[in-house]
Design a protein around this ligand. Structure first.
Ligand code: URA
Length: 241
């Protein structure tokens, strides 16, 4: 791998930024300043790179919070439609990220990408009961307190499927928060439909302890902080690698 790519993959900046650091002499290889961004590193040399005399380590696990906008599909590759991959900076290309669960084309909000398969599996598996909270606006009659109980008991979908208990919080005439603990196909839209209403907008606010950062506009993303990642791993009883 090239030195500049290695540094960018380690999250130290964009390719342009790390090239500038290299040219300025901030980067050492085996204790010697190296000013050539294109220098090729073999496996062994990767543990001998330092930036400002601090050893650089490639993070093995990367977790990204994305504010998914409408009009991109939850896939890393598609021949026809724009995908979430186009919103992820190039420096993460080698990280083999995948989305944890999916949001529909017209759904906005929190999408987590990771390269930790066990974490991704636990966050989506109904066995681990990780709540996902959605803000919903809908057309139809306002929800009443009796509906809260209805959702708590388990909504029956049009095809007869009974959903697990879900928490409904009424926020206004046409707005609710709904927390579900599983991820069936179009689940929220089908649950709302089963009550005789129609989802107009759907926005995911949180996954377990992870809340979408209000500072992130639609289409923007950032790495999780160490604290956020710790909380997620704790939530599904995993040791953070
Ligand atoms: N449920 C839905 O119906 N759509 C989504 O995008 C997410 C949950």
């Amino acid at each position: 791998m090239r030195l500049d790519r290695f540094l960018a993959n380690a999250g130290l900046g964009t390719r342009t930024e790390v090239k500038a650091m290299i040219r300025k002499g901030q980067v050492k290889l085996d204790g010697e300043v190296c000013r050539e961004p294109q220098t090729r590193l073999d496996e062994k040399q990767r543990s001998a790179v330092s930036l400002n005399d601090i050893p650089v380590r490639l993070k093995s696990r990367i977790h990204i919070m994305l504010h998914k906008p409408t009009s991109v599909i939850t896939a890393m590759d598609d021949p026809r439609q724009p995908t979430i991959a186009e919103l992820i900076p190039d420096r993460y290309q080698a990280a083999r990220l995948f989305p944890v669960g999916r949001l529909d084309l017209d759904t906005t909000g929190l999408l987590l990408l990771t390269n930790d398969g066990t974490l991704g599996h636990r966050l989506t598996s109904p066995r681990w009961q990780v709540g996902k909270t959605y803000r919903i606006t809908f057309a139809g009659p306002p929800f009443m307190s009796a509906d809260i109980e209805h959702f708590q008991k388990g909504i029956r979908l049009a095809d007869g499927t009974i959903c697990r208990p879900a928490e409904l919080e009424i926020q206004g005439e046409n707005q609710v928060l709904l927390t579900i603990h599983e991820g069936k196909f179009h689940q929220v839209k089908r649950m709302i439909l089963a009550t005789g209403r129609e989802v107009k907008t759907l926005h995911r606010q949180s996954i377990g302890p992870l809340v979408l950062d209000h500072q992130l506009p639609p289409g923007a993303c950032r790495e999780l902080t160490a604290g956020e990642a710790d909380q997620l791993y704790d939530w599904v009883r995993l040791d953070r690698p």
